[in-house]
Design a binder for this molecule. Structure first.
Ligand SMILES: Cc1ncc(COP(=O)(O)O)c(C=O)c1O
Length: 437
């Protein structure tokens, strides 16, 4: 592959300028502006398999994969074929349709903790609604989240946490969020067993915590797996104190295993949130759990939740096709094989050189952290080398490799990444390591 430079992207620059004239910041989501790397954002024309192409026609091996939504890569024939078949019958009914049952059954049959689901439009809605259900079910107000875990942009989840939260007033991490909106959200350090146990059992909070929400394998500070001890403690302590445990599996659901991270850890949360993979790259999401809990939702129960386009046939079909492909034998083992082909030699080389860096991956989600040999929580972030990451990112980008454009994000391998592209990527990363350490 020849190298790609900024001069090779005149249409991207022009198109992005035009986007900024009519779209706030030119983007639909802040990280798309490439502010954490030294590159101008690409503007995409199309995707095919494991490749994405910008409007100048440059191709990149895509490990961004629409923030992990595309587990089967771009424009998979089964997913696109399914969508095309449905299109002739309309895009949305705003009423129930049998496809909802089919996708719900695929979720319920693969994730044993989930007996009933409710479809929503985005991961943000899934977490927001799951927490409303938890509050309605328990009659309690407080929620615990963890620093570095992202659960979408509902007001009360945009909270800044400190490492010593007890006694500290929670503060909003975004302008536009009134202090009162975050006063019931406690933000604690991820993987900190003692601090979390203390808060869950403290006289002040013990009987007032509705739910603990957690990414069991965090993807939003880069890939940082929850420790078994941490997640087991969350399950035990929430059971003891009457709070619900919510696994935010928006990234990990149908990504790390058919049954998500909860299958890998053998832990049953009370509620689970899904998005990304389950929608096959279209806009849908879901949350679910035990029937008894989900029955608090209207129209059966008193907790309100609704959505105009939820359960639309296009998204349902994309999700059905995606999950059916994942049910084929050996898919997750193959994803793991692909991940190891790319990542194991990188990890070995870093270790052999004694480089201050590490690869963290679970199945097909991965991050190369530069500056630390381990990342266990967001409090480790000051040790990361952001300027080196910017160099690393540009080195790969120039060679036609697209990672998530920030060190604190996960990158993703799909079922359609070819060995040739994985080996090429591995060799480019090894070259960078040789030149740097
Ligand atoms: C773990 C997690 N939860 C929730 C969300 C919010 O999902 P959405 O962007 O679909 O609103 C995200 C988005 O990246 C996420 O990674």
């Amino acid at each position: 592959m020849t190298t790609i430079t900024t001069q090779d992207r005149p249409c991207c620059a022009q198109s992005f300028n035009k986007l900024t004239e009519v779209i706030a910041g030119g983007v639909g989501s802040p990280t798309r502006a490439f502010k954490y790397v030294d590159e101008a954002p690409i503007v995409v024309k199309r995707g095919a398999g494991d490749m994405i192409y910008d409007v100048d026609g440059n191709g990149y091996i895509d490990y961004h994969m629409s923030w992990g939504a595309l587990v089967h890569g771009h424009a998979h024939p089964a997913v696109i074929g399914g969508i095309q078949r449905r299109l002739a019958d309309g895009t949305s009914y705003g009423l129930s349709c049998p496809l909802e049952e089919e996708l719900a059954r695929l979720i319920v049959s693969n994730v044993p903790s989930v007996e009933k689901v409710r479809f929503v439009a985005s991961g943000t809605e899934a977490t927001m609604s799951a927490l409303r259900v938890a509050r309605g079910y328990t009659g309690r107000d407080y929620v615990i989240k963890f620093t570095g875990c992202f659960h979408g942009h509902a007001d009360f989840l945009l909270v800044r946490g400190g490492s010593a939260m007890i006694g500290q007033t929670p503060t909003a991490s975004s302008a536009g969020v009134p202090a009162d909106m975050v006063k019931y959200t406690l933000c604690l350090p991820y993987n900190d067993v003692e601090a979390t146990r203390d808060v869950l059992n403290s006289p002040e909070y013990r009987d007032n915590i509705a739910a603990v929400i957690v990414e069991p394998i965090a993807g939003n500070m880069g890939v940082v797996p929850g420790t078994k001890e941490f997640l087991t403690m969350l399950r035990e302590e929430t059971e003891k104190t009457g709070a619900l445990l919510i696994f935010d599996e928006v990234i990990t659901g149908f990504r790390v295993a058919l049954g998500g991270a909860q299958q890998l850890y053998g832990i049953k949360p009370d509620l689970t949130c899904f998005a990304k993979v389950m929608g096959g790259g279209t806009q849908t999401a879901a949350f679910g759990g035990a029937q008894e809990i989900m029955d608090v939702l209207a129209p059966k129960g008193p907790v309100y939740q609704a959505g105009t386009l939820t359960g639309n046939p296009i998204s349902m079909e994309a999700g059905i096709q995606t999950l059916k492909l994942l049910e084929a034998p050996g898919v997750f083992a193959e994803l793991e094989r692909k991940a190891c082909l790319l990542l194991e030699p990188v990890a070995e080389r870093l270790e052999r050189k004694g480089a201050p860096a590490c690869v963290q991956h679970v199945g097909s989600m991965f991050t190369l952290f530069l500056g630390r040999t381990e990342m266990t929580c967001m409090e480790d972030a000051p040790g990361l080398n952001d300027s080196l990451f910017r160099r690393f990112y540009s080195y790969l980008f120039a060679r036609g490799i697209l990672l998530a454009p920030a060190q604190y994000e996960a990158s993703f391998i799909s079922t359609v990444h070819t060995d040739e592209h994985l080996i090429y990527t591995r060799d480019v990363i090894l070259d960078f390591i040789e030149q740097t350490f």
